[in-house]
Design a protein around this ligand. Structure first.
Ligand code: NDP
Ligand code: GDR
Length: 347
């Protein structure tokens, strides 16, 4: 009888952790997923996916900053594959909490690498690296060997974790791989991130629950893909013959403004833009009513202006490509937020 593969996912309560758990359970894995102790449970994503009571899923309390519990976690879960997805992942907050971000997002990854080195060096390790490491971009599009230039405490912390993954690969022969993933979104995206903030607000405006959507920099350009496509890529990265670094991206970039237009369109509303630069506002073409206002509080001290990734290496080595278009993704998110807001449930 074939034994079930065992995977450990840190951050199962997050967007990617939930989708990855679903994917691995569907593939027959036994999955251990970690969550943080809090005063109220935070399982809405795994509940939405209907996997919270799956017989092959074990939920374990864990904080990434605690090395000793990391060691016990590797001992108890005995994983073949470890996906380190937990992080303080919000760029904006990292400017307000740079030390906590360094501790969780940077050192937290090293705690996991150390636990693997001490307890089970044969386990394969996936580090959730990010296009934010390219920051002030040095080449267009960005490829695996484009020089890094992070622009936020989050980006800097992730860069440290990325290089530690490479270092453990080279120093201790650990199968440590780094996926440099460009932005990926879904109906399970946190509402603080711009795409979900937009789709949730568009739904609320459509239903008369909100007047105006407040945003920061509308000119930032992002390479947005669908999270479900990307967790498949994470799995493929750990199935490769050799540990390595891979970019996952769509190779298409759009502005935040374009995403706003797309989201209103998905809700059946045509939007006209007027004004210029930071004062720019949006008007609904049907009624002339103001729908979008710029607020300085959503601007960041340093911005990443343009991201566009080239995932040719992942396509060549792993057979991976992003298959969902931005229009499909946006429509899916607007539809989910309209449904939730009609029901009065909003996560
Ligand atoms: P989320 O913010 O949705 O999820 C982050 C997860 O980390 C949550 O489960 C959170 O728990 C957990 N977490 C936070 N702090 C700690 C801690 N101290 N100890 C243990 N767990 C903790 O992120 P995503 O799912 O979007 O992203 C997954 C990973 O991929 C992150 O590392 C992110 O930085 C990275 N990434 C994401 C991209 C994206 O576009 N989504 C692109 C590139 C990289 P809780 O629910 O309690 O807050
Ligand atoms: P990002 O995502 O910083 O790229 O990090 P986010 O959605 O927060 O911002 C994208 C761009 O939109 C601009 N923006 C706003 N952003 C937010 N959140 N809220 C606003 O009101 C707003 N207005 C404009 C931002 O300035 C930015 O340019 C995400 C996270 O998931 C990271 O963890 C991950 O590593 C990267 O994607 C790749």
């Amino acid at each position: 009888m074939q034994t079930r593969k065992k995977a450990l996912i840190t951050g199962i309560t997050g967007q990617d952790g939930a989708y990855l758990a679903q994917l691995l359970l569907d593939k027959g894995y036994a999955v251990t997923g970690t969550y943080r102790r809090s005063s109220s449970v935070n399982f809405w994503r795994i509940e939405e996916l209907g996997i919270e009571n799956h017989p092959n899923l074990t939920l374990v309390e864990y904080d990434l900053t605690d090395l000793s519990s990391g060691i016990r976690l590797i001992e108890s879960s005995d994983p073949d594959e470890v996906y380190n997805l937990a992080a303080q992942s919000f760029v904006g907050v990292s400017f307000e909490q740079p030390v906590a971000t360094a501790s969780i997002t940077g050192l937290g990854a090293v705690n996991m690498l150390e636990a693997i080195r001490i307890v089970k060096p044969s386990a394969r390790f996936y580090q959730a690296s990010t296009s934010e490491m390219f920051g002030k971009v040095q080449a267009i599009p960005q490829v695996e060997d484009t020089p890094f230039y992070p622009r936020s405490p989050y980006g800097v912390a992730k860069l440290y974790a990325h290089w530690m993954t490479v270092n453990y690969r080279e120093s201790y022969n650990i199968f440590g791989s780094s996926g440099i993933l460009f932005n990926h979104e879904s109906p399970l995206r946190g509402r603080e991130f711009v795409t979900r903030k937009i789709t949730d607000s568009v739904a609320k405006i459509e239903l008369g629950k909100l007047d105006v959507l407040e945003l920061g920099n509308l000119d930032a350009k992002r390479d947005w893909g669908y999270a479900k496509d990307y967790v498949e890529g994470m799995w493929r990265i750990l199935q490769a013959d050799e540990p390595d670094t891979f970019i996952l991206a769509t190779n298409r970039t759009e502005t935040v403004r374009d995403f706003v237009t797309m989201a209103f369109k998905a809700a059946g509303v045509g939007v006209e833009w007027s004004g210029a630069g930071e004062q720019e506002t949006g008007h609904c073409s049907r009624s002339g009513k103001l729908l979008v206002r710029i607020s300085p509080k959503f601007y960041r001290p340093a911005e990443v202006e343009l991201l566009i990734g080239d995932a040719s290496k992942a396509q060549r080595v792993l057979g991976w490509t992003a298959t969902t278009t931005l229009e499909q993704l946006c429509a899916m998110m607007v539809e989910a937020d309209l449904r939730r807001n009609k029901l009065g449930v909003s996560f």
